[in-house]
Design a protein around this ligand. Structure first.
Ligand code: ZN
Ligand code: ZN
Ligand code: FE
Length: 751
């Protein structure tokens, strides 16, 4: 039979994920000869053999990919037969400016967990890894991805590890962080002399005793304690000065999670994914009450480092709190010295290891709504995987927003979104932003030609973008939100955009955030918006939602409504209330806002569900948690021109409160009202424009009830509805939207 030869070029996430050994094994199994190598653009294969063997090989190639590998593009060409006698892996060399993708960090694999029990030089070795698993982004300094370009460079491989590293048939062939008990990094307990092999045992005993431990993770330190020990959790909260915010929990295994929670299939997939995000899951059984603190979901994550598994082997508890090791709003601590200094006041013991974290990465957070994984915080396990947009993004820097900042850089038609950075108003976080930009620029050989930022002149990301010295574009905040969702779904056309969000500067200099737009990637028309209300005290209202409630009541009903003060004002000094009304009258520090987040705040306060907020978005979260499910009724709103007037809504809520209607019912009716506004205005815009596609974005769509019901309702009415999956609907997705808009404008108007 005549032989065939084909050359195959594979692009995508195919380096640092065990792709070449995988190709090698498939070639051997199919009886194919030739070679595989990689260069800066991806992996190249030359396959030679009988036609059936080639067919078998090609089919196998895409069927059983290594977990983290992803094929974005596969090109194939016929080639002259050269009669190779074997299949070989050829060393890589070539370099160009076209970058390869850098793999995100990968949770330890099953095979490594087994090796940890059986391989003599890796018995109990807590840094075990292979080409299919282990640290990647967090240890990489430069490309190409080779050991000397990572923070593993200080560890010299022993003979055994070197042999595995060089053997093409070994699972550790070219596994850059390969190491063992003889040659790799080790854990240490600060201030305690404990043998390496006993550390997991000692630490787990302390956790079971109720101690708080600071433990170095992949992308930064965590704070740990027994999640079933109320006193331990309360102590951690108190020492961390973190009153209300729910904490994530690591559980021993999927079996343990299933004992405590009801999981959907998609949640099971998300939990066990090699990316190992924290998954927000509906509570069934309570852990210690302080863990989720009245919220109806808990963030659950399964072990992803070998040491986590070792802890659970010894622990009595099946659930430990795993929260970021940081001081209030500062970035999570990565350095051992910083940890022993800063975290010593929170933790009883600091446990670290002697390999440096180069790129900080928090745990990622996702939720599953309508059967799809939805990103809430995109970091470890996802970053720096690229997002593809059908636009030329080369040379564009997108600065992001301010509060839940991420930035993005454009390469070719790809977008590389940074890890979650945080609130830039914090000096340490701003430094992290600048440092990450430098690191992304050098890692991906990026030179900014065009910078794009938020319309808000005072955002520190705006200032930073301006300092780059290249051409600067500005984008309205909610247009960016919607464009992010459009870019994710490859939409480049006019759509109906609904942005429900906390804040964001509008083109009229007021604060927006309850917006119905008709938009495409180049521009938008603001069609409807929530009725603006003064925010007495400006930013202060996010901590004191009662102020916004007062403002709405005053706007619609005047002073009379306070003659018999509604119940939610009981705990608030009369002088303070009077001061607020006066500020509104005199327009002192009372910016106007149409933000949906503020409306949620007001209703949460008015119902007494949350008058004071101890963390970002607490009031809306508590209002959602209060919903009595199954209630179908709603309140009324009217439109006046482009304004969505909320007078009847507030009138009817006050009436329900006077009648003593259950708060759960009021919360449900309020949500249902917004859903009916969404549906009726989408229909009106469809009738006016003929547009069928609706895009949902903005932080408020992290509300499951609102998102799920918006999707269902709009779909039932024949709309094609698009919501976020890969990037957050909160400000963490803004950079992608800015990027898409800037890229589109550049193609339209020229660079
Ligand atoms: Zn492995
Ligand atoms: Zn070794
Ligand atoms: Fe926003």
């Amino acid at each position: 039979m005549t032989k065939l030869a084909v050359s195959i070029r594979v692009k995508g996430l195919v380096q640092g994920v065990g792709f070449r050994p995988y190709v090698y094994r498939q070639a051997l199994a199919a009886g194919v000869k030739g070679w595989v190598n990689n260069d800066n653009r991806g992996v190249n294969i030359l396959a030679e053999g009988e036609p059936e063997a080639i067919a078998l090989f090609k089919a196998a190639l895409i069927q059983e990919l290594p977990p983290a590998a992803h094929i974005a593009e596969l090109q194939e060409e016929c080639h002259a037969v050269q009669n190779f006698s074997s299949f070989t892996i050829i060393p890589s060399r070539s370099q160009s400016d076209e970058i390869t993708e850098v793999s995100p960090d990968i949770a330890v694999c099953e095979a490594c967990l087994r090796d940890m029990k059986t391989q003599p030089h890796r018995i109990g070795y807590p840094f075990i890894n292979c080409t299919n698993c282990g640290p990647r982004f967090t240890i990489i300094r430069a490309l190409p991805y080779d050991r000397h370009q990572t923070t593993m460079d200080v560890f010299v491989m022993c003979e055994t590890c070197r042999t595995e590293y060089e053997s093409v048939t070994d699972r550790r062939f070219h596994a850059q962080p390969v190491a063992c008990n003889h040659c790799g990094p080790i854990y240490q307990i600060h201030g305690h002399e404990v043998a390496s092999s006993d550390i997991a045992k000692v630490v787990s005993a302390w956790l079971d005793e109720g101690k708080i431990i600071a433990l170095k993770g992949l992308g930064g330190f965590h704070l740990l304690c027994d999640a079933t020990n109320e006193q331990a959790v309360a102590t951690l909260r108190q020492r961390k000065n973190r009153e209300g915010k729910p904490m994530a929990v690591m559980m021993a295994s999927l079996t343990e999670v299933e004992k405590a929670f009801e999981l959907s299939d998609a949640e099971r997939v998300a939990l066990t994914s090699w990316r190992r995000p924290i998954v927000l899951i509906q509570n069934k059984l309570a852990l210690a009450p302080s863990v989720s603190n009245g919220m109806h979901t808990t963030g659950i994550v399964l072990p992803y480092m070998p040491f986590h598994y070792q802890l659970f082997e010894h622990l009595n508890t099946a659930a430990i709190v795993l929260t970021s090791g940081n001081i209030s709003d500062e970035p999570v601590v990565t350095g051992n010295d910083v940890a022993s200094h800063d975290l010593a006041s929170i933790a009883d013991v600091v446990v670290s290891y002697n390999r440096a974290i180069h790129n900080r990465a928090d745990d990622s957070v996702v939720m599953v709504v309508a059967g799809r994984e939805r990103m809430i915080r995109r970091s470890r396990g996802y970053v720096p995987a690229s997002l593809n947009v059908a636009l030329r993004t080369e040379g564009i820097f997108a600065a992001g927003a301010e509060l839940v900042n991420t930035f993005a850089i454009g390469k070719g038609s790809k977008v590389l979104l940074s890890q979650h950075i945080g609130d830039l108003k914090n000096a340490e976080t701003l430094a992290f932003y600048e440092e990450s930009f430098q690191r992304f620029s050098s890692l991906f050989r990026f030179e900014p030609q065009l910078a794009v930022c938020d319309l808000h002149p005072d955002y520190l990301s705006t200032t930073f973008a301006g300092s780059l010295g290249c051409r600067l574009e500005t984008v309205q905040h909610h247009h960016a939100h919607l464009a992010a969702c459009m870019a994710e779904h490859g939409l480049d056309e006019k759509v109906i955009g609904i942005a429900f969000d906390g804040t964001g500067l509008g083109t009229d200099n007021t604060i927006w955030g309850g917006e119905f737009m008709v938009c495409d990637l180049s521009g938008f028309e603001r069609k409807f918006h929530l009725d603006p209300v003064p925010l007495p005290g400006g930013d202060k209202v996010t901590e004191e939602p009662w102020r916004t409630a007062v403002s709405y009541l005053y706007q619609y009903f005047g002073r009379a409504v306070f003659d018999q003060p509604p119940a939610f004002l009981q705990g608030i000094a009369v002088e303070k209330q009077a001061m607020i009304l006066q500020a509104i009258d005199k327009k002192i520090n009372c910016p106007l806002s149409s933000g949906a987040g503020r409306l949620f705040d007001a209703v949460a306060a008015l119902t007494g569900i949350c008058t004071h907020s101890s963390f970002h978005a607490e009031a809306p979260m508590r209002l959602e948690a209060a919903i009595q499910h199954g209630c179908r009724s709603k309140y009324l709103v009217e439109t006046d021109g482009s304004r969505i007037v909320l007078m009847k809504l507030f009138y009817l809520i006050l009436k329900d409160l006077r009648l003593g209607v259950d708060k759960g019912i009021i919360a449900a009716k309020f949500h249902n009202t917004l859903l009916s506004v969404i549906l009726s205005l989408a229909k009106r815009l469809r009738a006016d424009t003929g547009i069928q596609k609706v895009v949902l974005s903005g932080g408020t769509f992290q509300n499951r009830y609102l998102l799920l019901n918006s999707l269902t309702m709009l779909q039932e009415q024949g709309f094609a509805v698009y919501a976020h999956e890969k990037v957050p609907s909160n400000d963490g997705g803004i950079a992608l939207g800015q990027m898409a808009i800037a890229a589109k404008r550049r193609t339209e108007f020229g660079a």
